[in-house]
Design a protein around this ligand. Structure first.
Ligand code: DCT
Ligand code: MG
Length: 514
């Protein structure tokens, strides 16, 4: 369960390799460098757009004529979220999560204030927005209208990282995790599903009536919501956080290679902290757990987007040394637009028949020689033995994969005591950080299914498979889609085709943060 760190209000965009610095044609002084605006002309017209651009530039905002790589904030008028996404797709933008998609109301508020104003829910263009943002419809009425249309399946709810109900979902996730630690699967799943439903709402729950016809809101869930609304916090969640068993399990499972079974064992042996575990010299640790303890500090510090990009470069470079036409795609949370993750996931394939088969071994050998590999566990493909598709929900797939810990060299600068530029240069110390990396290799014809499966989120994947089974009489896994009625496997070259086979509207990775 991830704690999603809320992105800073105006994220500073970093210059990325291969991107051209954009040229602002404004002759006005830029006062607010932290954001770069682009205004969509559609439904607004050339004249009004030009007027607004000029106005903003005069007030010190940076406004781009074109949708350049530096743009951070996209403003639209009278366009729905879906229309803006459609427009972006038409302009070859695949990942809309790198932008704030905003209604003109945010822009006008900024112009009135003469400076960037905080982004509020009402400014954000989000899915399921059924009324124009500026309308006077009471919030509860709006929400119950939306609630009636919210599907029980995450694959039918567009869920971005913009969570308006964090105070509820944080509590749910703590409670779910506690049930998981106690191997109480039913309420664990109930709280995870409820959290997932609230994450897709374009409004904050402010009264119980707002829950209207929302799915997955059982009595226990409602009681927690009610208490948070009345008291500002959940006493149950608070209690869990101070629970000895929960605290120990949380610590133990933070070690790479330690799951529920080991945590349970250690707890029963009387251990409560990681120091207790380390102090017992008779304890047999697996190779994975040894690495987990060795690099624990680095691994719990989470991976930033910049670090993920750096790893991505290393992975692509290594893979393409042996397979120049290989497709190497970042999957998992980073593909969904997350700015932080616990690992970096990659999917590798090659359009040339069976060329992908040897690549992982070669990459590992190369990294060993380069001293980059701190740990690895290579799992050979079990594809031949596998009966397809797998019926087990949450079953792991049969692809060849490598769970690794990579040594990422970074340059960290401690400038606190530097007075001259020479001192600054000297202070530059080369250090490295251990990063968890998952590499998965798929045959080219299964690539779309593998990509869909490894992009997540876990809740999205679970519901996608549940939807396929219960609503379409199909079986979906990371390799294929099987139509039980027609008794055929449905081929797909892209994720879009898989959604179409399932009769679902396509969802961007950034909308799969269920
Ligand atoms: N996955 C899945 N079922 C699992 C495990 C993983 O469907 N039991 C899929 C969904 C996400 C993807 O694999 C990568 O898994 P993680 O790295 O665990 O998740 P993440 O979304 O990338 O989260 P994090 O940011 O913490 O790495
Ligand atoms: Mg991940």
């Amino acid at each position: 369960m991830d704690k999603i760190r809320t992105p800073s209000l105006f994220p500073q965009r970093k210059k990325q390799k291969g991107m051209h610095p954009s040229i602002s044609l404004s002759s006005f002084e830029v006062k607010f460098n932290e954001l770069v605006i682009f205004i969509i002309e559609k439904k607004m017209g050339v004249t009004r757009r030009r007027f607004l651009m000029e106005l903003a530039r005069r007030k010190g905002f940076r406004v781009e004529n074109e949708l350049s790589d530096s743009v951070t904030h996209i403003v639209a008028e009278n366009n729905s979220y879906d229309e803006v996404l459609e427009w972006l797709r038409g302009h070859k933008v695949k990942d809309s999560s790198r932008f704030q998609l905003l209604d003109i109301s945010w822009f006008t508020a900024c112009m009135e204030a003469g400076k960037p104003v905080d982004l509020e829910n009402k400014h954000q263009l989000t899915v399921q927005q059924v009324y124009p943002i500026t309308s006077n419809i009471p919030e509860s009425e709006a929400s119950s209208f939306v609630a009636g249309r919210v599907s029980q399946y995450a694959c039918q709810r567009r869920t971005t990282l913009n969570n308006c109900n964090k105070k509820f979902t944080d509590a749910f996730e703590i409670l779910a995790e506690n049930y998981e630690f106690r191997e109480n699967g039913v309420p664990c799943l109930a709280f995870m599903r409820a959290a997932s439903v609230l994450k897709c709402l374009p409004f904050t729950i402010v009264r119980m009536q707002d829950l209207g016809g929302l799915p997955c809101m059982g009595d226990e869930i409602r009681a927690v919501i009610e208490e948070i609304l009345d008291e500002g916090e959940s006493s149950k969640a608070k209690e869990v956080l101070t629970d000895e068993r929960y605290q120990s399990f949380k610590l133990f499972s933070s070690v790479f290679g330690v799951g529920l079974k080991t945590s349970e064992k250690w707890y029963r042996m009387g251990f409560r902290t990681l120091e207790d575990v380390k102090a017992d010299k008779t304890l047999k640790l697996s190779k994975m757990q040894k690495a987990g303890f060795l690099y624990h500090e680095d691994l719990i510090s989470r991976v930033s987007k910049a670090e993920a990009d750096a790893v991505s470069w290393i992975v692509k470079d290594a893979v393409r040394t042996f397979l120049p036409d290989a497709l190497v795609t970042i999957t998992g949370g980073f593909r969904r637009g997350k700015k932080i993750g616990h690992d970096v996931d990659f999917l590798i394939t090659s359009p040339e028949l069976r060329q992908e088969e040897e690549v992982l071994h070669r990459v590992i050998d190369l990294w060993k020689k380069q001293g980059l590999l701190l740990y690895y566990d290579l799992v050979e493909s079990t594809f031949e033995q596998a009966k397809l598709p797998s019926r087990k929900v949450d079953a792991f797939d049969h692809f060849e994969k490598c769970f690794a810990i990579l040594k990422l060299h970074q340059q960290r600068v401690d400038t606190s005591c530097c007075e001259t530029s020479e001192e600054l240069d000297e202070a530059k110390v080369r250090v490295w950080k251990a990063i968890r990396v998952d590499l998965v290799v798929s045959p080219f014809e299964q690539y779309a299914y593998a990509l869909l499966g490894w992009t997540g989120s876990r809740q999205f994947e679970r519901d996608l498979r549940r939807y396929a089974t219960h609503e379409r009489k199909m079986i979906l896994d990371n390799h294929a889609l099987y139509d039980k009625t027609k008794r055929i496997f449905l081929k797909a070259k892209s994720e879009e085709e898989i959604f179409a086979h399932l009769g679902l509207d396509y969802m961007e990775p950034s909308e799969r943060n269920a």
